[in-house]
Design a binder for this molecule. Structure first.
Ligand code: GLN
Length: 380
């Protein structure tokens, strides 16, 4: 018997490769994006309490209603925008499941999906699995700004979806209000769906404002807002996120969601719902991570790496072009094996593996870990 998978050219995700290499060589791991510190004991207690209080059977298909109410309330208070908790919000197994289910629901063979590169590595496989075509727009280092004329030039009758991500993984850039208005203009009067990946919404620095899709009424009506609790509450292993959309879009999403996961881990949902009653738990995040970014950048300011401070996410990209002309994947591996520090090479997220000599470092780490990493970077 011979079989060919539906993704024959896809390699193992770089996150598993680099974390595996870091483990093997006992390197400081700033590659895969996860915190090396624990989450708030209060949250763990609330999830345990939910288990002990009987939240152990299926949640409703869209998720625990207390959690959907808490999300609706958060969005209302932060963005003055409303999603109906009963019809327009669904809890998912991490943002990744929301993204995959959105693509499975809407992308048909030959549909085109505009993707900005460097792009998070789950977008394109999800498009290809459904027979769609990814139309890549490569953003250029060091600013990674979107040229909206280029976007306009790629939009045609086949364009089904545009995927945006702000704050942006892996570059740490954020979209401006002007960017969002341009996107709103380009999509106005079309049938295009926008998938807005906002999982780093609560990590935004230097006074920048997060430009959520829901702030722009015309965009909101055609969009899925995708978000995550894993990043926000320091529990990437819990796999819990959500998406919001207008009822007609969400009704179609549910047709697929019900047969892929039905619903996600119930006690975690209830615990998070209770924890969210105090908005401090997510509002303090920008300040918390900005301090970590500043600590890290201050420690490496005299190194041979060049950088522009990250404006959002918990990632910082560093340009090593003054150190070596080595390919970024080779350099990232050598840095892990020989110097004991793991990072993520950006080329894996780029069109045709474009190599700008840039590596991504995750600063969601204890200060001590960041100090150890900086010591290594200063010797390179
Ligand atoms: N989102 C994480 C990152 O960008 C990784 C997720 C994963 O490992 N699949 O590093």
């Amino acid at each position: 018997m011979e079989h060919i998978s539906k993704l024959p050219n896809v390699e193992t995700t770089i996150f598993s490769i680099m974390s595996g290499l870091a483990k093997k060589h006992n390197a400081v791991n700033l590659s895969q994006g996860f915190p090396d510190f624990g989450s708030d004991q209060k949250l763990i207690d609330l999830v345990s309490k939910a288990m002990n209080s009987g939240y152990n059977q299926y949640a409703p298909m869209s998720g625990n209603l207390d959690l959907r109410n808490a999300i609706a309330h958060k969005i209302e208070s932060l963005y003055n925008s409303s999603y109906h908790p009963e019809h327009e919000i669904t809890i998912t197994a991490g943002a990744t499941q929301a993204i995959s289910t959105i693509l499975n629901t809407f992308i048909k063979p030959h549909d085109e999906v505009i993707v900005f590169k460097p792009a998070y590595d789950s977008y394109e496989p999800g498009i290809v699995l459904n027979g769609g075509k990814s139309i890549a727009i490569q953003l250029q280092a060091p600013d990674f700004r979107i040229d909206w004329n280029e976007v306009e030039g790629k939009v045609n009758g086949q364009t089904k979806m545009i995927i945006i991500n702000t704050p942006h993984n892996p570059t740490g850039t954020v979209m401006s209000k002007h960017d969002m208005l341009q996107l709103q203009n380009i999509t106005k009067g079309t049938n295009i769906i926008v998938l807005s990946d906002e999982v780093y919404e609560h990590m935004i620095y230097d006074g920048e404002q997060h430009q959520s899709i829901c702030l722009f009424p015309d965009l909101k009506s055609r969009s899925f807002l995708v978000a995550s609790f894993c990043k926000t509450f320091h529990n990437t292993g819990w796999r819990i996120g959500y998406c919001c959309a207008s009822k007609p879009l969400m009704d179609m999403f549910m047709q697929v969601h019900q047969f892929s996961v039905f619903c996600v881990h119930h006690p975690t949902q209830k615990g998070i719902a209770d924890y969210m009653q105090d908005p401090k738990h997510y509002l303090k995040l920008s300040n918390f991570y900005q301090k970590k970014r500043d600590l890290f950048l201050n420690l490496i300011k005299d190194s041979r790496f060049k950088f522009k401070p990250s404006k959002g996410t918990y990632f910082q990209v560093l340009d090593y072009s003054e150190i070596t002309q080595e390919n970024d994947v080779d350099f990232a591996k050598r840095l892990t094996i020989e110097s004991g520090l793991a990072s993520i090479p950006l080329s894996v997220f780029n069109e045709n593996k474009l190599d700008n000599k840039v590596l991504r470092f995750c600063f969601a780490k204890k200060d001590d870990t960041l100090k150890r990493a900086a010591e290594i970077l200063n010797t390179i």
